[in-house]
Ligand binder design. Structure first.
Ligand SMILES: [Zn+2]
Length: 186
């Protein structure tokens, strides 16, 4: 009898594990199927407000290479997410100053830094019309022209973006060029 009970427990456990595994795979696939619609995150900004060549610029201070794009604007200009998602982090974060990190479709994390103030909270659902903060010069942007540093990271590495020639080229598997997505949309 005891042995039988043990067997039943084992198979229930196994079925549960299998269920969880398939659930995780489905959630993972769904994350890629959700469409992403990218907009310029700084209100009123245009192509004249950033340098499309500055992604992976070197040398770039403590970061070594520039893993995003700087979009220049006046202090206090509204920042709205490039695409919708869930706020994973908001607060101060080292050289980024006041930052917001948003998990978005395709398992990407959108990173907004150097804000004057952040206007959202952790686990909030935000869309393209939510003001998540304003342009400032916090973190290591102090004393530099006011801008939003906008970066896009993928949680799933893209091996085809591995770049043998560039400094820190392997990191290109994780840090995407945000300008490509914005300009593709225009
Ligand atoms: Zn930057």
């Amino acid at each position: 009898m005891k042995e039988e009970k043990k067997q039943v427990k084992k198979s229930v456990f196994r079925r549960l594990l299998r269920g969880l595994f398939f659930f995780a795979i489905i959630v993972f696939i769904l994350g890629f199927l959700i469409p992403e619609d990218i907009q310029m995150p700084v209100q009123g900004a245009s192509k004249n407000d950033y340098n499309a060549q500055s992604f992976w610029a070197y040398p770039w201070g403590k970061s070594v290479t520039h893993k995003g794009v700087d979009i220049f604007a006046k202090k206090g200009t509204a920042i709205k997410p490039a695409t919708y998602g869930i706020v994973l982090y908001t607060g101060t974060l080292g050289i980024g100053g006041n930052v917001v990190c948003i998990l978005s479709p395709k398992w990407k994390i959108h990173y907004y830094a150097h804000m004057q103030e952040t206007k959202t909270s952790i686990l909030s659902f935000v869309n393209q019309s939510t003001v998540i903060g304003t342009v400032g010069d916090s973190g290591n942007a102090k004393g530099k022209p006011l801008h939003l540093h906008y970066g896009v990271w993928t949680a799933i590495p893209y091996p085809w973006l591995y770049d043998d020639d560039a400094i820190q080229g392997w990191k290109k598997m994780f840090f995407l060029d945000p300008i490509k997505a914005i300009e593709h949309r225009d």
